[in-house]
Write a protein that binds this ligand. Structure first.
Ligand code: TPP
Ligand code: MG
Length: 648
């Protein structure tokens, strides 16, 4: 049965826009008794389906996820594990993939289907049923989940696996639990099962009526705003987005996954939107009367916890492959591929017989093409310019004795090749990078912020590098994330994929520390220091705390990386030049200031504060929270939209 799984997987191809490729780049795996003799033997027997080792099962799922993200979901890896902790280690990876809508195939081993030997090593026993194992934990984090208790079940299961993995709307983690005994059983599978199969990735088109209605809404809008999400990039709609913005003048704000949809330099790119957004995007958002969301799932970071859009009559048009996302905020749902839908929308706004002449005064030119008013367009362009100056200011800070994170981000941005990939996931970096990183191509900014999973960074960097070996990959990682999972440095060296790690040490959680202070909690539990009188020090203890004797640079060196230790901004710049020609994974280590942060810009994030507390600072934070909470809105649709239910 396991041989059949691998033989099937290696013959699955995808095709989009005429480009055909194998869907699986191979299989990552860590072996134990639950997969060594089954999937392990099959991989050994079929070396053309390349097997890769990893150090940690969670990491291998992150590698696969990042690979899929870099390849716009057209390719991924399978991941095999044993039956117990190896399997559950993958649960966090599965959640990361599913939340980010990225395809990965998980093949955890499972307990014996024949049961007579139970309980086997690592088996979770249950008094009320024998039909349960730790692999049931994958159910809520998988888009498709199955357990193969008879070998012939593969015949109906694997096609479902492929349908879900290759569906732009449904994709995510797919889990196929493989009982250890069944993996080794024989079955006379029909030959046709193993024929090469090409899955066409569809570019679905939206309902025509909805499209016409959406075009009418756009024509009626005075202050429209595009929110560009990851779907723009995955669909390859970035050129079209630029054309749309150029022709209509509608400005663009970018989500975490959507950053890079438009070149940072484009005058209508307002940059990051939402809680970690720019003042440019957030000001335009506040007054937008129409939000055109493209490929976004409207996370609370994007909507500033539903406070970002304050126009009393704001309404939404959502272009999305998934009906679920397209319908959010009672939008006019354009359910379809971003590229195909944008093209059709543009045609409706830009009739083919147009003269192309711009009417300076109004939103329609003589030929009926839609344009935003010139004053709105120039307001957006002005904000774009002002934001760029703010980035410049933060890049130019030279904080001492320890540098600020903003200047270090600037140095990496300015000293990396324009076609490089920057990978990040958690800590204070995502917020700062969302604001400050100047994305120069759609793959320049690889941020896992659906799950913001500490530990994704280095493994994710490896996945990105494997998907794009011709590009430099910069992994920006904090000391907390580094300590949580640095194991794949070893894999990068084993497989000779050079990563450039920028390790920013601020002795603990800068991000949660600052969040904690904003909630009146003094950075409780966020510093790496010895306890004093049985209590871990927070920020109220100042700089005089006893730090831990940890040497992260030495740690990275011990894993085989080339390490450059820096103290100053000047050292850092020199190191960035030096790493461009090193031969293997290299780590630039630098300490940075815990308190020198990039500010927020006219946005909010809802983190509820205790209603009752004995701490005065917490009471103050609660009062402020209550004021902001009042600005949170429900978007219930406006007249002319899809019918909103009114009254009983
Ligand atoms: C696996 C996981 N656990 C906990 C969190 C919550 N969290 C978000 S950021 C953060 C601290 C990250 O520390 P570090 O990597 O040093 O970055 P810094 O905040 O210092 O920039 C924590 C604990 C998370 N995102 N992921
Ligand atoms: Mg830190």
């Amino acid at each position: 049965m396991a041989q059949a799984v691998i033989a099937f997987l290696k013959n699955q191809y995808v095709e989009r826009d005429g480009l055909k490729q194998a869907f699986f780049a191979g299989c990552f795996g860590i072996f134990g008794h639950g997969n060594i003799a089954g999937i392990g033997q099959a991989l050994q027997q079929m070396p053309e389906f390349r097997y890769y080792q990893a150090r940690n099962e969670q990491a291998m799922v992150h590698i696969a996820t990042a690979y899929a993200k870099t390849r716009n979901r057209l390719q991924t890896f399978a991941c095999t594990s044993s039956i117990g902790p190896g399997a559950t280690n993958m649960v966090t990876g599965a959640a990361t993939a599913t939340i980010n809508r990225l395809p990965v195939l998980l093949l955890p081993g499972d307990i014996f289907a024949r049961r007579n030997a139970a309980p086997v090593l690592q088996q979770l026993e249950s008094e009320h049923t024998q039909d349960i194992s730790v692999n049931d934990c994958f159910k809520p984090v998988s888009r498709y989940w199955d357990r193969i208790t008879r070998p012939e079940q593969l015949l109906t299961s694997l096609p479902e696996v492929m349908r879900v993995l290759t569906s732009p709307a449904e994709t995510g983690a797919v889990t196929l639990a493989l009982p250890q005994d069944v993996q080794a059983e024989a079955y006379a599978y029909p030959e046709a099962f193993f024929h090469k199969r090409v899955w066409h990735i569809m570019r679905n088109r939206p309902d025509r009526k909805a499209l016409e209605q959406a075009a009418a809404w756009i024509r009626a809008s005075q202050r429209p705003l595009i929110v560009a999400g990851g779907g723009v990039i995955y669909s390859g709609a970035t050129d079209l987005l630029q054309r749309f913005a150029d022709q209509t003048g509608v400005p663009v704000g970018e989500t975490m996954a959507g950053k890079g949809s438009l070149h940072y330099d484009h005058p209508l790119n307002l940059g990051a939107i939402g809680a970690t957004g720019t003042f440019a995007a957030n000001r335009i958002a506040r007054e937008a009367d129409l939000v055109i969301g493209i490929g976004t799932r409207y996370s609370d970071f994007t909507t500033s916890s539903k406070t970002a859009f304050q126009h009393p009559e704001v309404r939404f048009i959502n272009l999305n492959v998934a009906e679920f996302d397209a319908s959010k905020h009672l939008a006019m749902p354009l359910v379809g591929d971003a590229q195909a839908t944008l093209a059709e929308l543009l045609e409706l706004l830009e009739p083919l017989d147009k003269s192309g002449s711009l009417d300076k005064s109004g939103s329609l030119d003589k030929s009926g093409s839609y344009r935003v008013e010139a004053s709105y367009r120039s307001q957006a362009a002005q904000l774009h310019t002002e934001w760029d100056a703010e980035v410049e200011r933060l890049y130019a800070i030279r904080h001492t004795p320890l540098p600020s994170q903003g200047e270090l981000i600037g140095a990496v941005n300015e000293r990396s090749a324009p076609d490089a990939i920057m990978v990040c996931a958690a800590g204070s970096l995502p917020g700062d990078l969302h604001k400050l990183w100047r994305a120069r191509h759609p793959k320049n900014y690889h941020m896992e912020y659906g799950y913001s999973c500490m530990g994704y960074e280095i493994a994710g960097g490896l996945g990105a590098k494997m998907a794009a070996p011709e590009r430099d990959v910069y992994v920006m990682v904090g000391d907390g994330s580094y300590l949580m999972m640095n194991s794949e440095i070893v894999t990068s060296i084993q497989e000779n994929y050079k990563l450039i790690l920028v390790l920013l040490d601020n002795q603990g959680f800068k991000s949660i520390g600052s969040l904690s202070r904003s909630l009146g909690q003094d950075g409780f539990g966020t510093r790496y220091a010895y306890p004093r009188d049985g209590v871990l020090p927070g920020d109220e203890m100042g700089p005089g705390v006893q730090t831990l004797p940890v040497d992260l640079a030495a740690n990275a060196r011990s894993l085989g990386a080339h390490v450059i230790e820096c103290k100053t901004y000047a050292d850092f710049v020199e190191a960035l030049e030096a790493v461009r020609s090193t031969g293997r994974t290299s780590v630039i280590y630098i300490q940075n200031d815990r308190y020198e942060g990039v500010p927020g810009y006219e946005s909010w994030w809802d983190v509820p504060v205790a209603e009752v507390s004995e701490m005065p600072q917490v009471q103050a934070a609660r009062a402020e929270w209550e004021t902001m909470r009042e600005q949170e809105r429900y978007f219930l649709g406006q007249e002319g939209g899809i019918p909103a239910s009114t009254g009983p």
